[in-house]
Ligand binder design. Structure first.
Ligand code: C2E
Ligand code: MG
Ligand code: MG
Ligand code: MG
Length: 292
């Protein structure tokens, strides 16, 4: 009886595994087709300088629009893109598109605004990576100092020696490097000694609980102090409320990014921001204040 029951359970689990596997393959096929047809768009989210209260940069965030007009968020497809290797060509598209958009804004007479682009470990693993990035920037006549790559601590853990050489090569050309989701990885801090990092992006999970949790406030204060002592810029991610902003400002955070200022938006919504007008004070309106 017991054995029969276990066999049935295993049978169910196998069926579920097969269904999951099938679903993953279908999803991967759809993603591959989308990559081939460039069915992606970049949305841009402003970074706000807390001293000047103006937009000091944009982060390019990938969006996938399906045939039915549905938006699939990166949290769904980036992991599949990474495991399937599609991330390499998707990452290439992303970088080219961000550069194309920067040129379009430049040609339209807007001031140059620094652009942050997220990088996956596998993109970094490409032998031609540095060469291809610098070649693109050169061809587009974009100052490398306007580009910042965001990498997570996991990128560093996976292939430290290789990553190190490439990051130094990029940094030598003026490209900036930011550690994304800082504080969530399990890596040691020793990489901060060896890497040409210029910015720490404090993960949203800290920002989310900073108002109610004194421990979190202490951790964030520590990160900001550490960054200051190392000469690094700090950015708080996921800022949604005035209370969060007040604490971060009091702790000396340099920049903030989050729905409080603006959600990520398509390029067409941004020229107004790029005009360089300071963010209105006091910040009484929350979501979508900068981008209508
Ligand atoms: P990330 O790089 O940490 O980007 C920040 C994420 O937080 C974005 O989610 C953004 O929309 C979201 N966000 C910004 N402000 C707020 C806020 O106030 N509240 C909340 N709840 N969320 C906020 P998104 O666009 O869904 O991207 C998720 C992640 O996907 C990114 O996290 C990044 O790791 C990855 N990703 C996005 N685009 C790319 C890309 O082009 N290449 C690679 N490799 N990864 C990407
Ligand atoms: Mg990022
Ligand atoms: Mg992040
Ligand atoms: Mg993230």
């Amino acid at each position: 009886m017991h054995i029969k029951h276990s066999a049935l359970r295993l049978h169910d689990e196998l069926a579920k595994w097969r269904a999951d596997e099938q679903r993953d393959l279908v999803f991967e096929d759809r993603l591959r087709a989308a990559v081939e047809q460039s069915r992606f768009e970049l949305h841009y989210q402003p970074l706000v300088d807390l001293c000047r209260m103006d937009v000091c940069g944009l982060e390019a965030l990938l969006r996938w629009r399906t045939d039915d007009g549905e938006w699939i968020p990166p949290s769904h497809f980036i992991p599949v893109a990474e495991s399937s290797g599609l991330i390499v060509s998707l990452g290439r598209w992303t970088f080219l598109e961000a550069c194309r958009q920067m040129c379009a804004w430049r040609d339209a007479g807007h001031r140059p605004v620094p652009m942050a682009v997220n990088l996956s470990p596998r993109e970094f693993g490409q032998p031609e990576f540095v060469h291809s990035i610098l070649g693109t920037l050169d061809a587009a006549r974009i100052d490398p100092r306007l580009i910042e790559f965001e990498i997570t601590e996991s990128t560093l853990v996976e292939n430290m020696d290789d990553a190190l050489a490439k990051m130094h090569a990029l940094a030598a050309s003026g490209v900036g490097l930011a550690v994304d989701d800082f504080g969530t990885g399990y890596s040691s801090l020793s990489y901060l000694r060896e890497l040409p990092v210029c910015k720490l992006k404090i993960d949203q999970s800290f920002v989310r609980s900073i108002v109610h949790d004194r421990k979190v406030e202490t951790i964030v204060a520590g990160i900001i102090q550490l960054a200051k002592n190392l000469g690094l810029t700090t950015v708080a991610e996921g800022v949604e409320t005035a209370e969060q902003l007040d604490i971060l400002r009091r702790l000396g955070c340099d920049q903030c990014q989050g729905y409080y200022f603006a959600r990520p938006a398509p390029a067409a919504a941004l020229p107004m921001l790029l005009a360089g007008s300071p963010v209105r004070q006091p910040l009484s309106v929350g979501m979508g204040q900068l981008v209508q």
